[in-house]
Design a binder for this molecule. Structure first.
Ligand code: HEM
Length: 404
């Protein structure tokens, strides 16, 4: 492991850096904004303008193929790779555009907007359950189940299956969110993956001719210019949508509420003027981004900043650092719920810009609106704040609050 003086993203494993990675990001931005990280064998990119360049121009197809894994003696991981290589997140044009177009035909703005009133009902039902207690763990009682139930219902699956979806999503997020090597976790992920594949294959087959049965039916039957997704492609992209839609939204609600409670002046401002909710959600996404970084490959030998990058090298684009770049934002470490010109990178940028952003925004807006309206005098309970040891997906393991 690196000593604490070394400039490495590996320090995200240190509890104090996990509690606040922003001083480390500031050092990286100021001292070496395109930094070769010897521990991760990747370039770490932290300035806003450079992160945009990486997301615009670099390659998304970074998952090792099953053949590559076999050649490294890691064939036991091949089932994971077989699914990931068909997910839009890990594809480049033209394969990416094809999947994304067909998926967009299924996940229409109308389908998302129809969910708004329903998300309100789900949020209220979760609040009803804890209201008499006067206290709750925001993560377990609200931020975990809300996106899980929304996902189950949006997919057209039985509501009670949301518990299963959540467990699988947490396991799979270990692969997406963590860059540290932890062989113990692979067994869990493989087991979850097998269960997920069986479950989703069954769901897709039952809806093969039923476009109206949720996103599963819509994606299984979606067609653009006579082109449809294969069953494996439908399943792989349902899985990435399910994982992408849950862990991140949980983090938005948990991180966002903690941030508000740590900034009582801004919280009060929001209570007094709920019309600020949409800009507040954008600012909370910028300030404590649920997904802190993503990876790409260098497409050809090129210069970035004053560094020379070689074709095929790995690059970690740190959106969490770019979102606090003083060259892009005035006073970036200040929370301003009405911040103008807030084009943050929390949903990424360009080709892979978050497919579920409209839904995530609605979920965030509804969650904060309902929590603040129905829980006056919300305050943190004394005790430590613990962050999940998932380095890419930044979120809390629990958040204990009380209210009157
Ligand atoms: C606050 C919540 C969310 C955040 C912060 C978030 C963040 C992101 C980011 C940063 C990316 C781009 C990753 C990259 O370029 O490598 C992305 C892509 C994606 N997200 Fe989200 N996301 C959220 C919610 C959702 C929801 C609700 C869904 C589904 C309903 C979803 C589905 C996806 C999918 C399928 C992609 C891949 C898009 C592509 O490759 O073209 N996300 N998300």
């Amino acid at each position: 492991m690196a000593d604490t003086g070394t400039l490495s993203l590996y320090h995200l494993l240190d509890p104090e850096v996990l509690a606040s990675p922003y001083p480390l990001y500031q050092r990286l931005r100021e001292e070496d904004p395109v930094h070769w990280d010897p521990y991760l064998h990747a370039w770490i990119v932290t300035r806003y303008a450079d992160v945009v360049t990486v997301l615009q121009r670099f390659l998304g197809s970074r998952t090792p193929t099953p053949e590559k894994l076999s050649s490294l003696g890691l064939e036991h991981l091949a089932p994971i790779a077989r699914v990931m290589v068909e997910q839009m997140l890990f594809l480049d044009p033209p394969a990416h555009g094809r999947i994304r177009r067909i998926a967009a035909a299924a996940f229409t703005p109308r389908r998302v907007e129809l969910l708004r009133a329903h998300i309100c009902e789900i949020a209220d039902s979760l609040i009803d359950r804890v209201l008499d207690r006067g206290e709750m763990d925001v993560i377990a009682d609200f931020a975990n189940p809300l996106p899980a139930i929304v996902t189950a219902e949006m997919f057209g699956l039985p509501r009670e299956d949301h518990v299963k979806l959540k467990t699988w999503s947490e396991d799979f997020a270990e692969m997406l969110g963590n860059f540290q090597h932890n062989p113990g976790r692979a067994t869990n992920v493989l087991h979850s993956l097998e269960e997920m594949l069986t479950y989703f294959r069954g769901a897709v087959r039952r809806r093969a001719n039923k476009p109206d049965e949720g996103l599963v039916g819509a994606l299984a039957t979606a067609e653009v210019d006579g082109d449809r997704l294969s069953e494996d492609e439908v399943v792989a992209n349902l899985i990435v949508t399910m994982v992408g839609g849950q862990e991140t939204t949980t983090n938005l609600i948990g991180n966002g509420l903690l941030t508000l409670l740590r900034h009582p002046g801004e919280l009060e401002r929001l209570r007094e003027d709920p019309s600020l909710i949409p800009t507040a959600v954008e600012e909370l996404l910028r300030f404590e981004s649920p997904s802190q970084h993503t990876a790409r490959l260098v497409p050809e030998d090129l210069d970035l900043g004053d560094r020379h990058l070689r074709k095929g090298q790995a690059v970690i684009a740190v959106m969490g650092a770019a979102n606090r770049d003083p060259e892009r934002y005035l006073d970036p470490d200040r929370l301003d719920l009405a911040r103008p010109d807030n084009r943050h990178l929390a949903f990424g940028w360009a080709t892979h810009f978050c497919f579920g952003a409209p839904l995530a925004r609605i979920e965030g807006q509804v969650a904060f609106e309902r929590l603040l309206r129905r829980m006056p005098e919300l305050r943190l309970r004394p005790g430590p704040i613990t962050w999940r040891a998932n380095l890419g997906l930044r979120g809390l393991t629990e958040l204990r609050v009380e209210f009157s």
